[in-house]
Structures are given as structure tokens and as C-alpha cells.
Design a protein around this ligand. Structure first.
Ligand SMILES: [Zn+2]
Length: 370
């Protein structure tokens, strides 16, 4: 195992944020997988699962079972770990400019297309290596200044080397669910099955340039730009949502780490064999995921539990106006699994009250929460 770090200068004199990662194996005989937790620094489940994954990998490494390579960043956002407002940690948005830490990753497609044409061959394996090199060089041409952008680029620099990228997050309160793209779906489904995902949400472009999409997108664009060359999809990525913010439990996280280890075994990063169970849900389009919205403000009580299969028209929540006593029912606009809801019970007008994974696409534009 190697432990490495880089120091990201803070916004003011005398401040430094240290980003630490662990790597296992040399990648000579298997794929390279990158796992990070806590990009949204108020999301503990992924950080704990990633750290317990490191512990498991120390054992695997000691037993000589690492064939490929694994990079793990257990606390991917030291900047936001240190952000507080009146005692409450603020991990999702940069307090300086309000930007979401999982948005605004650079699209390297155009830069790589401009540089890589002459070095592509008829061998897809050779091309994958050359494109990866070109992606790293393209990233080097951008010089970030804001600490949050330096962090974005540092994480991308690590993840661009990987064949598979797993970004661990969580929702307010949620069942395990996962976001991915059509090009990544097949390779990601065993992970969804091992982690018992209740929703697998698929979109080509979900909007806002999140981390996972910025890593996969250039490969498709390069293949499209050079149809006569053999260009494989060199990166598979997903965002795995490990339940809700309060679901931090060492036993549950140990099971999640075990599922990640099984996945690493399945795809040949570790030696051995792992059984893949049946997936507990069918993948559905992210454009079919309904975000329920509060039309009035008040106190929210949910009428159905998380994980419930709901039908269009079902009452999902009731909002009570605490002054007038008026009650407003919030109904499902689609049928599917009720897979996520906020961790608060006070709603302002337009508050997002929960998500239903429907099979019928009905949305366009930005598909992710702000
Ligand atoms: Zn998140």
C-alpha cells in the first residue's frame, strides 16, 4: 500500500487543505478502480465505507491478492470538511461562491480531440493508453486558481487513470441507489446488485458536469470524432448513494466495503471469485425520476416509507400548515420506487420532498438536484 497526499493552498495566507489517498497494486494484471467518499463532505456513509475498504484492501494486499490497481480517497473534500455555519457543517456547496462541489468538472473532449488524432492506431488497447495520456495532458493545460477548482482537478487527475470510477455519496434519507450513464451501465450493474440498489438511474447527460460524467464523456466524444479508429470506452463511472446522511453505522459500512471488495474481485482487480446476486430493481431513466415538490409551506409527514413501490396518484406526504391547520396532500405523479427524501420535516414552498424512480421519462434539462 502507498499513502500519498497533495496540499491544496487555501484561499488565504497560512491555510492548506491536505488531500490523502491510498493506492494498492501496480495494475499490471488487472483493471484500475478509483473509489472516493465525501466529495460532499457532509455525507458520512461513503467516507466510512471508503475507509473500511482501505482496511480490507490492506488485508488483500498482504495476502498478495491485488492483481490490478485500486486508488481510494476516503475524504475527498478536505475544504468542505472545514466549512461550518453556526455550528452546522456545510459540505455540499462552496461557502465562498455557492458552487456545488460535484458540479463544474472540465469537459476535456475538445482538447483531446484536437491533440490525439495523429497518435491513434488500429489497436484499441494502445489507443486507450494514448487517450488517457492525452486526457492527463489536457487537464494540465488548465490552471485552476480557486481552492475548489484545484481540488476538482486533483481528484480528476487521480481518477483519469482508472478504468472504473466509483463516487460514494448519500441523500438526506434514502435507500441505496446509483446514478450512471448508458455506456457504463453494463459494467456497473454487478456493483448495483452487490450493494442491493433499489434504484439505478441512467442518463447520458444529467447536467452540470458532475465528477462521474466528466470522466466518461470524453471517450464517447473521441470515438465519435474518429469513427475509423478503434476507440474503446476507457472509463466506466457511477455515483453510488449509500442511503441517508444519518445512516452511518460501522456494521453497515463494513457490508458496503465487503460489497466493493466483491465487485473488485468480480472485475479482476483482486484474485478469486464472487457471486453476483440478482439486482433488486430494473434500471430506470433519470429523466423518469420524479422530484416531488412542496406547493405550500408547513410541517411534513410522510405517508409511505422509503423503498415503497408507489403508484401514480398515491399520497406520498401531507403538509400541515401549523397556523391554519390546513392539510395538503402531495401525490405521486409517476409510479415507481420511492427511494429518497430530505432529512428535514419542515418544508418551504418548492422544497424537494422526495424522489420516485419511474420508468417513463418525462423530464429534460438539468436532471440532478441543485
Ligand atoms: Zn452527494
Amino acid at each position: 500500500m502507498h499513502e500519498n497526499f497533495i496540499d491544496i493552498p487555501g484561499r488565504t495566507t497560512g491555510t492548506i487543505h491536505r488531500l490523502t489517498w491510498f493506492s494498492f497494486g501496480n495494475g499490471n494484471d488487472g483493471p484500475h478502480v478509483y473509489v472516493q467518499g465525501g466529495l460532499h463532505a457532509d455525507e458520512g456513509p461513503g467516507m466510512l465505507a471508503a475507509r473500511l475498504l482501505v482496511d480490507r484492501l490492506i488485508e488483500e494486499d498482504g495476502a498478495g491478492r491485488v492483481r490490478g490497481r485500486v486508488t481510494v480517497v476516503p475524504a475527498a473534500n478536505p475544504l468542505a470538511l472545514g466549512q461550518f455555519l453556526h455550528g452546522d457543517q456545510q459540505g455540499r456547496f462552496d461557502q465562498y461562491d455557492g458552487r456545488n462541489f460535484n458540479r463544474d468538472y472540465p469537459d476535456l473532449s475538445a482538447r483531446v480531440i484536437a491533440s490525439v488524432g495523429d497518435v491513434l492506431t488500429d489497436d484499441p488497447k494502445v489507443n486507450t493508453g494514448r487517450i488517457r495520456q492525452a486526457l492527463l495532458q489536457a487537464l494540465e493545460t488548465i490552471e485552476p486558481s480557486a481552492p475548489s477548482d484545484r481540488l476538482r482537478y486533483a481528484l480528476m487527475r487521480l481518477a483519469l487513470l482508472a478504468d472504473v470510477v466509483i463516487d460514494l455519496h448519500c441523500d438526506g434519507e434514502a435507500e441505496v441507489h446509483l446514478y450512471t450513464q448508458p455506456v457504463s451501465l453494463e459494467r456497473v450493474l454487478p456493483l448495483a446488485a452487490l450493494t442491493r440498489c433499489r434504484a439505478v438511474l441512467v442518463a447520458d447527460v444529467s447536467g452540470g458536469e458532475p465528477f462521474d460524467e466528466a470522466l466518461t464523456k470524453p471517450w464517447g466524444a473521441i470515438a465519435k470524432a474518429f469513427p475509423e479508429k478503434a476507440v474503446a470506452q476507457g472509463c466506466t463511472s457511477c455515483t453510488l448513494e449509500l442511503r441517508g446522511r444519518m445512516d452511518v453505522d460501522r456494521k453497515v459500512a463494513a457490508n458496503d466495503a465487503a460489497a466493493l471488495v466483491d465487485y473488485l474481485r468480480h472485475i479482476g482487480v483482486l484474485t478469486g471469485h464472487s457471486e453476483i446476486p440478482a439486482l433488486p430493481c430494473e434500471p430506470t431513466p433519470l429523466a423518469g425520476s420524479e422530484a416531488l415538490v412542496a406547493p405550500i409551506s408547513g410541517v411534513v409527514s410522510f405517508s409511505v416509507p422509503l423503498g415503497h413501490q408507489v403508484s401514480e396518484g398515491d399520497v406520498i406526504a401531507e403538509i400541515t400548515d401549523p397556523v391554519t391547520g390546513d392539510v395538503h396532500a402531495v401525490r405521486a405523479g409517476t409510479s415507481g420506487v420511492f427511494y429518497a427524501r430530505p432529512a428535514t420535516r419542515i418544508a418551504e414552498i418548492n422544497k424537494r420532498l422526495g424522489k420516485i424512480a419511474g420508468a417513463r421519462p418525462f423530464r429534460d434539462g438539468p436532471l440532478l438536484s441543485p
